[in-house]
Design a protein around this ligand. Structure first.
Ligand code: PLP
Length: 279
């Protein structure tokens, strides 16, 4: 198959799978999602992403229709049906179905999966970005389907021919529209703490791990837009980007002052991905 859509056990091409309009994902964005890269039919770091998805379900009182092990097996079987060496696997669990009503009864959620061919970003290509106000609400630690502010800020970046929007709240850097951001200063990796203003990214966690393994000090603390603009390097992380440097913010050159440390972090994350997804 060229791509695959799955909804509560139904399988077909993405464009052919239909979802009932009573699904709360449709009119409330009432659900949580996650996504992984997949290479050689090995979904990368799947267990960590499934763990986060079920933790998010628990935080919101959403009842998953299947257990973690079943979801893992389902995804591993489904990826084999789609052609291509590298794929992107998206999966979400909505709160379930019912006539539109804000409050809810606890019922089983609906599982939706989409798989499409997609290559990992070119990790060696530094990114052009914009800096924008973080207009999201206060549940950014939960990967919910409510992504309107992220959609709008991603569009602002795209209209400036940039790949990402770096976000700040009153001058404090949080994350990006669909990735985390960290900085290097004097060989210290500085990254926003895991609070309600950022998603605890799986790639961010691996970046921190790799930094410590390589003797690079890590500070999980709030940092300002001035520190961002003055950083030796800026690193954007996500499952589909891995770790990429930043070359401009709003058209002005940034970073480029510690290519060596950036290379250690970026290359180790990339090599780990290649090694773990070898046939
Ligand atoms: N932050 C936001 C807002 C995201 O949407 C994402 C990924 O989708 C990330 C961070 C990166 O998370 P991960 O590294 O787990 O892909």
């Amino acid at each position: 198959m060229n791509n695959l859509g799955y909804y509560n056990g139904k399988i077909g091409l993405i464009n052919e799978i239909s979802v009932p309009i009573t699904d709360r994902a449709f009119y409330f964005g009432d659900g949580v999602y996650d996504a992984v890269m997949c290479r050689n039919n090995i979904p990368y770091l799947l267990a960590e992403h499934i763990e986060r998805l079920y933790h998010n379900c628990q935080l919101l009182g959403i009842v998953p229709p299947i257990c973690k092990q079943e979801l893992s097996l389902t995804i591993k079987e489904l990826v084999k049906k789609v052609e291509g060496e590298e794929k992107f696997v998206y999966f979400h669990i909505s709160r379930g179905s019912g006539i539109r009503c804000h409050s809810f009864n606890k019922c089983e959620g609906n599982l939706c999966i989409m798989i499409k061919p997609q290559s990992l970003d070119d990790v060696y290509e530094k990114m052009n970005t914009v800096l924008r106000e973080d207009i999201r609400y206060e549940l950014c630690n939960i990967k919910t389907l409510n992504l309107l502010p992220s959609v709008l800020t991603a569009q602002m970046a795209s209209e400036k021919n940039c790949e990402e929007a770096i976000l700040h709240r009153n001058g404090i850097v949080t994350e990006c529209s669909h990735s985390n951001v960290s900085i290097l200063k004097s060989r210290v990796l500085i990254t926003a703490p895991c609070d309600k203003y950022i998603l605890p990214g799986v790639t961010r966690a691996h970046l921190i791990m790799v930094a410590r393994e390589n003797g690079i000090q890590v500070e999980e603390r709030k940092y300002t837009t001035s520190e961002l603009l003055d950083a030796d390097e800026i690193i954007i992380t996500s499952s589909s980007k891995m770790a990429r440097g930043v070359k401009t913010i709003d058209g002005k050159p940034v970073g480029g002052k510690d290519e060596g440390t950036l290379a250690v972090l970026r290359d180790t994350l990339y090599i780990n991905y290649l090694n773990e997804t070898n046939k």
